[in-house]
Design a protein around this ligand. Sequence first.
Ligand code: AMP
Ligand code: ZN
Ligand code: FE
Ligand code: FE
Length: 283
Amino acid sequence: MGSRADFHTHSTFSDGVLTPTELIELAYRRGVRVMSLTDHDTTEGLPEAFAATARHPDLMLIPGIEMSTDVPGAEVHILGHFIDWHNEEFERRLVHLRESRLGRARRMVQKLAELGKPVAWERVESFAGEGAVGRPHIARALVEAGHVATVNEAFDLYLSRNGPAYVERERLTPEEVVEMLTAVGGLPTLAHPRELDGLADLLVRLKAAGMTGMEVYYQDYFPDEVERLRVLAEKHGLIPMGGSDYHGLGGPQQREPGDIPLPDEPVERLLTLARERGALQGV
Ligand code: AMP
Ligand code: ZN
Ligand code: FE
Ligand code: FE
């Protein structure tokens, strides 16, 4: 039932609930043999993830990241696979982004207090653990404090882009991030594109900037949506990629690692492209 590949997963190093080791064990048990850890704006989970693959020589782990970018009125996420995560300039930029996330999360917590929904900063920090702090951690603190029943409700009432406690992150354009990923040997893929306005225009711009893929076999996308997106990806010369975006947070739309209808053919196309670019050395 599952796919043998999953190019989009999260661990405790961003807003997932499983450690990289637990995530890899779960994915492996479920039959995944090609996977990428794509934590938000950080590569810090990769050493543990690679260490965990030592027990599974038949599992290929691709170094990855998911970066948040902004377009007017919306957020665009870009996945980068096969990145050279040891590149110092790249790491410096990620550290800077994470530091700016910290200040932004503190401002959201302050807004919640002003709205009469206080959460303890220590709880947000604790949910974030070693990871890049984000809205899901604040959402979990809101649930724990009894202000809302679920993480989804926390987003609906307070934390969504138009919510009363929302604060913007430092802005990066999708083009900038595609270039930043390409500069470290990464293959950039547009994540969960279904809701994006002006998608065709965005694809033209990002393809020109060096983007190589678009997520098509994503989480709970219906077969007709998958087919529409697959046709669009092919039209723009992008590899139709797939990922569960597993966080382990539950919720109706969540899928287990590998629980996506991703066929082998695009997986092979990605690996071939990576090989051509010399990105498979050392993976
Ligand atoms: P941040 O990067 O801090 O802005 O948080 C973005 C993350 O919040 C996304 O990657 C999702 O994991 C999560 N998220 C966004 N919207 C929702 C929602 N409505 N319900 C649950 N989680 C969400
Ligand atoms: Zn996330
Ligand atoms: Fe995302
Ligand atoms: Fe994600």
